[in-house]
Design a protein around this ligand. Structure first.
Ligand SMILES: *Cc1c(COP(=O)(O)O)cnc(C)c1O
Length: 423
């Protein structure tokens, strides 16, 4: 018999800090022990005790086709049989880079890395190197991975833990990072190397860009000669084939990708205009490297996923997300719970408060009311898994169909009756 969740968590806490390898996986803000996943099947995860959950975590958006999709399993197995890493270039890297350039309007070159953190960190270094300027402007509540300079007001796990930032980041590391409120266009000066933004914020719950916000950032950057960086680690290849740049018609200078692009394996990428990307070593003076960058298993998985994301797939994703958003909103309104359920393409957010949320301060006020924990626990008891933190979003994917939505609707209707904000 396999060990229970609590037995595993007990052992994990002895050898892994907090028992988890990424803080967002801990149940600190929602209480109880995390479930340990034995396997995933499409829209479901099954824990070591045999409990099955409709899974809206989906590795925080990395598995858009659902778990263990046959095309991904096959691509990864085949790649593994030919060797897992070489330290020399492979064809799959070229194919994946071409797939990105072909899909994302304005992105002319990409470099593959192994995580979203690396992508954002490298994009900012490149922006600083290319402009010869120090300053980075980011938005409160936007998460760009855990590199020192980008951890300020980072939303997601940092916010869930109630941390202002991170210990171990010296003042010097963030001295050139300016944090401003989301959805307001800041006035830039000529020290600004870049503005980095989640074009749809998905690490403070789901917050869509206000009308004119992204266009305003583009204009401000152009006015002072700063680069605009879209962190599309969540939105890339998810909200549309060409990501946010396609949806909103605003073209940044640099992009960061992750999650979907790796098909559930460790891949990130950053890309942009050729003249900017040409500043990277070995062509230019900005150094960036990685032993496992463009790894054969990861590139095979990414290619398999991108290959299946056609127009019909995007239509289905948006339809599923729309239905999920509506059933959740209906459940809350039937139970008399004030809630906002924003939906942007295939992303769904839940704010259990009466008013629309436009920035991090407003997101925090709602997250602090405790209602999300009640929703989370009610749904989990009924076999529906959300991420264990109020700042995360739901990731319905192509594996979520009628049966899963019906099960979610029933669970949400029941869970909503047990929500009382402020308790
Ligand atoms: C998840 C995320 C990252 C970091 O990616 P990792 O692969 O976890 O390092 C960066 N930016 C955004 C917008 C993300 O959601």
């Amino acid at each position: 018999m396999s060990p229970s969740n609590s037995e595993l968590f007990g052992r994990a806490r002895h050898v892994i800090p907090g028992g988890v390898n990424s803080p967002v996986r801990a149940f600190g803000s929602v209480g109880g022990d995390p479930y340990f996943v034995a396997r995933g099947e499409g829209a479901y995860v099954v824990d070591v005790e045999g409990r099955r959950y409709v899974d809206y975590v989906q590795s925080y958006g990395a598995t858009i086709l659902g778990h263990a999709h046959p095309a991904v399993v096959e691509a990864v197995s085949r790649a593994a049989a030919s060797g897992t890493t070489f330290g020399a270039p492979t064809e799959a890297e070229v194919l994946l880079a071409e797939a990105v350039v072909e899909r994302v309007p304005g992105c002319q070159m990409v470099r593959l890395v192994s995580s979203g953190t690396e992508a954002a960190m490298s994009a900012v270094r490149l922006a600083r190197g290319a402009t010869g300027r120090p300053r980075v402007v980011k938005f409160a509540g936007c998460y760009h991975g855990h590199s020192d300079m980008l951890l300020a007001a980072g939303g997601s796990g940092v916010a869930t833990l109630g941390l202002p930032g991170s210990a171990g980041v010296p003042p010097g590391a963030v001295a050139d990072t300016v944090v401003v409120p989301y959805n307001r266009v800041p006035e830039l000066d000529s020290d600004t190397a870049c503005v980095i933004v989640e074009p749809v914020a998905a690490n403070m719950g789901l917050v869509a860009p206000a009308e004119g916000f992204l266009e305003g950032l583009r204009r401000q950057c152009d006015r002072v000669g700063a680069l605009l960086v879209f962190d599309e680690v969540i939105t890339g290849f998810r909200i549309a084939r060409g990501g946010a740049a396609e949806v909103f018609g605003v073209t940044p200078d640099l992009w960061c990708f992750g999650k979907v692009i790796g098909g559930g394996l460790p891949v990130g990428a950053f890309g942009g205009r050729s003249d900017v990307m040409g500043e990277l070593a070995p062509l230019g003076p900005v150094y960036q490297a990685g032993t496992l960058s463009g790894n054969p298993l990861a590139t095979a998985a990414g290619l398999a996923v991108l290959g299946l994301l056609d127009a019909a797939a995007y239509a289905e994703l948006a339809d599923t997300a729309g239905r999920l958003g509506k059933l959740l909103a209906d459940a809350f309104s039937s139970a008399g719970v004030g809630a906002q359920v924003p939906v942007v393409s295939s992303l769904v957010g839940v704010f259990l408060g009466p008013d629309p949320v436009r920035d991090y301060d407003e997101a925090r006020a709602v997250a602090d009311n405790g209602a999300y924990t009640q929703l989370f626990r009610g749904l989990l008891d009924a076999g529906v898994a959300l991420a264990p933190g109020a700042y995360e979003v739901l990731f319905p994917g192509l594996a979520h169909g009628d049966a899963e939505l019906e099960r979610t609707a029933a669970a949400a209707a029941e869970a909503a009756t047990r929500i009382s904000p402020g308790r």
